[in-house]
Structures are given as C-alpha cells and as structure tokens.
Design a protein around this ligand. Structure first.
Ligand code: ZN
Length: 535
C-alpha cells in the first residue's frame, strides 16, 4: 500500500451507535475551525503571543506525533513513506499541502508549500494581518510527526505565511543538528517548561508588585495617619471627603491652599482611591525646573535633541501613563509651556523634544497651587483655556490655623514618628508647650509643625518636650487657659483606655501593653504618671 491509497474510508471509522469517531483506530474529534480560532484568540489575548505560540506549537507537535505513532501501529510499512504525513494532515482537514519535497541524503530536509491553512485563516479573521508566520500548530504537527518518524529531533519552521499577506505558506523542516544555531531561538516554543517558567516569572512579579503596593499602602497610611486622615476638624474632614469623591471620576483637579498644608498628600489620596491606583503617581514641582528643562522633563527627549542629551529619555507624561501626574506649583508655568501643556491635554498625545512623531498618553492631571489661579487668569498671567482644562474641580485644603483641633493630634503623630526615627524615648509635651502649639499661627502649616517637632525631639533632654526645645518663632507665641483643659482631656482619655484594658485582661499588664501597641516599660511609666493625676 502507498500513501496515495490512504483515503477517508480507510482512516476513519464511525461507531454504529454514533458519538465516537476513530481515526486510524484512535478516537478523534471534528471541531469547528471557528471554535479553534476563538480558543487561539483567547490564548493570545490572555497569555500573550509568546505563550499562545508555545501552547499551540506543542499541541500541534502532540497531534503530529500521535498521528505518526498510530500510523506505525496500523500501517507500519507506510511510516517511512514521507508523503503519508502531508496526506494525513490533509485528511484531517487542517491544510492543503500543495507541494512537499523531501530528501534524506546527506541529511533529512523537507520543504512544504501549504494552501488554505485553517490557522492562517483564523488568525486573519480574529487578529488581522500578522507580521510573522502564525501557522504554529501546523509547524508543530510536522515537527512532531517527523520526530516520531525519524526517531530524532526534527523541527519545522514556517518561513512565509499567508496570514502576513503572502499567497501561500512555506515551511522548512530539518533535524536539530542540520538547523544548527538557527533553531535555538525557536526551541522555547517546543518546550513544556517554557510556560511553567513564564508563569513562575509572572507569579513572582505579581507577588513583588503586591508586596510593593502593600508597602506603599503602609507608608501612605502611616503618612496620612499622621498628616491627613487622622483629623478631627470638620473643615479637613470635609476636604478629605471631597477628595475621595473626586477620586472616583476622571476629571482634573486643582488643589489650592497655603504652602505646607499637604496638597501633595491630598493628591496621593485622590490617586490611591481612584481606578488608577495600581498605575504610577508621578509628581513634579513646576517652579523647581527652568522653562527650557521643563519641556524635556514633561515630554522626554530624543538622543541629540540638545547639548547633553546623550540618550533617549522618557518624560513625566510617559512615566505616568495610565496613572496620575501631579503638577505642583502649576501657577509658575511660563506662557510658552502653558500652551504646550494645553495642547497635550487636548490631544492626549505628546511629542518628545527632537522627535517628529507623537505618542499617545493617558494621564490624569492633578495640579496644585498656592496662588489664586482665578486672579492669575484675570491678570493675564495664566491662560483661561488651560485653567478650565485643569480646574474641573477645585479642592481647598484649609490652613492649619483654621483647624486648631488637629494641631495636637498631628503633633502627637509627628512626635511618635520623630522619636522612632531619632531613637529617643519622649512621652509627650509639657502643658505650656501644647498651649504654644495651639496658639501659634503656623504660617508654614503642617510642614512647619512637623519640622518643629523634629527640632524639639532632637533638643529634648527630658521625657517631655519643654518650651526651650521649640524653635524661637514658635516659643514666643502666647499661651491660653482653654488649651490646658484640652490637654487634660486627651490625657484623661488615654488613662481611661489603659486602665480599662488592664481591667478587661484581669490585670495582665504584659498582654494589655501588647494589645494597646505600646511597650511594657511605657505602660508602667504611664501608670506611674497616672498616680500623680487626680482621678
Ligand atoms: Zn501560515
């Protein structure tokens, strides 16, 4: 019998009951080409081209190997007839083998011309024109079939494919030795560990990203716990509430407020509460960069665009792609840069300095200013059209003196932060210090308060910050009687909490300290102090 004698009646048998079909004695399936095409598309979309090619090549390889193996069992005399492989491939409906030339001496080589590849058709249908050959299951099939037939490693590579616009698909098949180095880059597609190692790599990356995000979250929470979220005042709570609501929409925001009120922290809250939270948050202080540098800082530059541009560099817009770009001191941008910024916001694409083509960017802009942008517009220093682009929402962060209720809470947080950083054990403030902190105007706002506490912690030699530890400007502020009561209240609250915890735990001070998150020694110190306070 010859390869040409193989026909459908010989290779297929149908169970009289229906439900099963045999192809050369082994169960086979008839699957719609479109369904296979959809599976292929899903693999590409979900795993990427590399992994999809790997899976489909291996599936084709298994198919080819099994076909040769079955042929060896059913018609052993036909296995060495090189034309059997192409014939069976055609009988399976995969492709039309228009031509197949093969030599065995000096080594095995086969050139195939395919027409009507179902795989190229499906690729064109779902993915459009391809840039590289895509008949991965076909090449896998030939590789598997020939490897089984010759009992050595044989690889088929497609050199031309109708999915790229050619009339037909062409492939070359050789043994591994014969291919030499050329085959190396294609071997990963035939290996089973490729997917595993890729998945492993992806999993590792995900775990790292998760760790990184958790760390960022902790840092942010710690930061915000001190400086933003742990607020008592109504005005600040209102501002935070607005920030969280603005986070849910994509509109641009201008955050206004005096220097040091924490505008960037608010911007970070908006970012971290938005759908862009997992993408980058990039911040720039526009006043800190000269106009000439600002353009390349924003948009990046091509190598050689100007003196000193030794290599291509991406700008902040590209770095923030998919995420949020925070423009601090946006009121300081020159008219020239204002025009360029406006164009980017309108067209949603940037052009690197020294390049002719544009690149799309998707960035949410949050700006901040301590100027009154409305006034700047009236005075002709800020473009009105840019103002309306940037300022869909305005969020005002109140000055620290407008939210006195928050001062001690913040001071306490900064004290914890500084003592930890510097490694001192300072348990609080002397009453006259808390008076001063509340009375003081804080022109530098939260930032000034933070610096003041750090300054005091460095100087402090006792267990409590004294007046002498404060910077002179703060020290000279006037105190007041109401404040002493406020402090007393806070101390009372703390005492109540600690005593309640000890009572609840049947006097177990070690456990109480653990649950309260303080050290045992500081628990004892506090208890000692309470004995001197009136109950
Ligand atoms: Zn092809």
């Amino acid at each position: 019998m010859k390869a040409t004698d193989l026909d459908l009646r010989r290779v297929f048998s149908f169970s009289p009951k229906g439900g099963t079909i045999q192809f050369m004695g082994h169960r086979a399936l008839i699957i719609d080409a479109l369904a296979m095409g959809l599976l292929r598309k899903e693999l590409i979309d979900n795993l990427g081209t590399f992994s999809a090619r790997n899976i489909l090549t291996r599936m084709g390889y298994a198919h080819g190997w099994a076909t040769a193996d079955n042929l060896d069992k059913e018609y052993p005399e036909l296995l060495q007839d090189g034309q059997c492989g192409p014939t069976l491939h055609m009988l399976q409906g995969v492709v039309n083998v228009a031509k197949c030339e093969m030599t065995f001496e000096p080594s095995f080589r086969m050139s195939i011309c395919w027409q009507d590849s179902y795989e190229a058709d499906q690729h064109l249908l779902h993915e459009g024109i391809a840039h590289n050959p895509v008949c991965w299951t076909l090449a896998g099939y030939v590789s598997g079939y020939c490897s089984r037939m010759l009992k050595q490693e044989v690889y088929c590579l497609e050199t031309q494919c109708s999915a790229t616009g050619s009339a037909v698909c062409l492939s070359e098949t050789r043994t591994r030795e014969d291919w030499g180095e050329k085959i190396e880059e294609h071997l990963p597609f035939f290996r089973s560990d490729t997917i595993n190692s890729m998945l492993h790599e992806v999993t590792e990356k995900l775990v790292n990203t998760e760790k990184h995000l958790k760390m960022q979250r902790i840092l942010l929470d710690r930061d915000l716990g001190c400086c933003g979220l742990a607020v008592k005042s109504k005005v600040m709570r209102k501002a935070l509430d607005l920030a969280k609501r603005i986070a849910k929409v994509e509109s641009s925001v201008v955050i206004t407020g005096e220097s040091g009120v924490g505008k960037e922290r608010i911007a970070r809250i908006i970012h971290s509460e938005s759908s862009r939270a997992l993408r980058p948050f990039v911040a720039i202080n526009c006043s800190a960069v000269t106009e000439t540098l600002l353009e390349s800082e924003f948009f990046g530059h091509a190598r050689g665009a100007f003196t000193g541009a030794n290599r291509d560099r991406i700008g902040l817009f590209e770095a923030a792609n998919g995420g949020t770009l925070f423009l601090d001191e946006v009121g300081e941008i020159s008219p020239g840069m204002q025009a360029k910024l406006l164009r980017v916001l309108q067209e949603k694409e940037i052009r690197r300095v020294g390049e002719n083509s544009s690149r799309p960017v998707d960035v949410r802009i949050i700006s901040a200013t301590n100027r009154d942008l409305g006034n700047e517009v009236s005075a002709g220093r800020f473009r009105e059209d840019l103002y309306y682009r940037l300022c869909i929402f305005e969020l005002v962060v109140p000055a620290l003196r407008e939210r006195q209720e928050d001062i001690l809470l913040l001071a306490r947080c900064f004290l914890d932060k500084s003592t930890q950083k510097i490694g001192k054990e300072i348990i609080g403030f002397q009453p006259e210090v808390t008076d001063r902190l509340i009375q003081y105007e804080w022109p530098g706002n939260v930032r000034q308060l933070e610096n003041t506490i750090e300054h005091a912690v460095v100087l402090c030699q006792g267990k409590r910050i004294g007046l002498d530890d404060l910077p002179k400007a703060v020290r000279s502020a006037q105190g007041g009687g109401i404040v002493a009561n406020a402090i007393r209240k806070i101390d009372d609250l703390e005492r109540e909490q600690i005593l309640a915890a000890i009572k609840l735990l049947d006097g177990d001070k070690t456990e109480a300290a653990k649950q309260l998150g303080i050290s045992l020694s500081s628990l004892y110190q506090k208890l000692k102090r309470y004995q001197t306070l009136p109950l």
